[in-house]
Design a protein around this ligand. Structure first.
Ligand code: PLP
Length: 387
């Protein structure tokens, strides 16, 4: 019997909705943009890469004329973070990492693995970082050269006060590194006005592309001054930028299909009204989600005033009949994919609002959650709202 690809016989099943922090639900047109084989040295591809870099700078509210560069880095978001952290901090530098979740810890782990001297400032996972504490840390240690902050800590959904912390970092004339992975494109951010020297993000979160490419928005003077600080070849950020500048090409094979999808996703972001338009949809999603989950009695981990509209963490219902694995699987069987928790202290799960999802999708999810809890016989006793 001749082998046939199953998709030739029957169409693929409809995708489940992904209420996750990435990979996420993407539009059909973003997926269709990948149905091309384009050479990485083809003039058309080089032009697309150039357009994307320009577009990313615009989204960041900066420009090449204003002294900023967009450097694309192959790989998931962590590759972009690692390229950044391992390339721009000099051998005698010292990095202060503000930590209130798993992604802050990841920056610390990356820095330590590369032998970079670190100090950390930790606050509880459901609490935003405190600018005054950053100020005290910097005042106490003149050896700190760089400060790293996660904008939206995706492990809880807490939003950190990037503007206020940027002001502190600039007052002490240190270099400011921001992991804006889960916020870039979905939350307005004035990169230059916030004093951000380096920002890392990726294609598959609020930009609604597919995974496989990350990027760094960099202050050019700072990047040039970092010289030969890079600790690896493939993640050498300065060399990557110089490669892109010299001939418009990547040093090593780029994920061409992923880049085509990113290009399409940026056009769709524009069509939606840019960052403001996208933020509006996510805000609507988040509000619809909370309205429904509060009605059911589910409790949020992060206080309302510190939550982002990106992702929300819910505490497990206080009923022994609630088993997360079963809850997850039953929702998945209803074509709704949620996300496990990523916190040290509490049992929780997460629901993302980002991706090509709309209020009607949130309503479908809420209906599925309610039916699933009923099927499982889970009773939520605390029906009063938690805020
Ligand atoms: C998603 C994310 C990352 C990168 O994760 P990858 O799995 O490597 O894409 C880094 N930081 C934050 C805040 C994130 O949300």
């Amino acid at each position: 019997m001749k082998h046939q690809h199953p998709n030739r016989v029957t169409p693929p099943p409809a995708d489940k909705l992904l209420f996750t922090p990435g990979p996420l639900t993407t539009s059909n047109t973003v997926k269709q943009a990948m149905l091309r084989d384009l050479g990485s040295r083809d003039a058309e591809f080089i032009a697309i890469v150039q357009k994307i870099r320009q577009h990313l700078l615009e989204l960041a509210g900066v420009s090449q004329a204003g002294g900023y560069e967009a450097v694309l880095v192959q790989g998931s978001g962590t590759f972009g973070i690692e390229a950044l952290v391992s390339s721009v901090i000099p051998r005698d530098g010292k990095l202060l990492i503000i930590i209130n979740g798993a992604y802050g810890k990841r920056i610390r782990d990356i820095a330590q693995r590369h032998g970079i001297e670190t100090v950390t400032l930790e606050v509880a996972e459901n609490t935003p970082a405190v600018p005054q504490q950053v100020s005290e840390s910097l005042a106490a240690d003149s050896g700190i050269t760089h400060v790293a902050l996660v904008h939206c800590e995706t492990s809880s959904g807490v939003l950190n006060p990037v503007q206020e912390i940027g002001t502190v970092v600039k007052k002490f004339q240190r270099t400011f590194i921001v992991d804006a992975m889960s916020s870039f494109g979905g939350l307005p951010l004035d990169v230059a006005g916030t004093g951000i020297d380096y920002l890392a993000a990726s294609a598959n979160k609020c930009l609604e592309g597919v995974p496989g490419i990350s990027f760094v928005i960099a202050n050019r003077a700072q990047l040039l001054a970092s010289g030969n600080a890079a600790r690896s070849i493939s993640l050498d950020l300065l060399a990557q930028w110089q490669g892109l500048e010299n001939n418009g090409q990547f040093r090593f094979t780029p994920p061409t299909h992923v880049i085509l999808a990113l290009h399409q996703s940026l056009l769709e972001l524009d069509e939606e009204g840019g960052v403001a338009g996208r933020a509006k949809r996510y805000t609507t999603n988040h509000a619809a989600l909370l309205k429904g989950t509060r009605r059911m009695g589910l409790r949020e981990y992060v206080p309302a005033e510190s939550q982002s509209h990106i992702i929300t963490t819910f505490l497990f219902p206080d009923d022994p009949k609630f088993k997360f694995e079963e809850f997850y699987q039953r929702l998945s069987d209803r074509s709704m994919v949620i996300y496990p928790g990523k916190l040290n202290e509490v049992d929780c799960f997460r629901i993302g609002n980002i991706g090509h999802l709309f209020e009607k999708d949130i309503e479908s999810l809420l209906t599925a959650i309610e039916a699933t809890l009923t099927d499982m016989g889970v009773t939520i006793f605390n029906k009063s709202p938690n805020h």
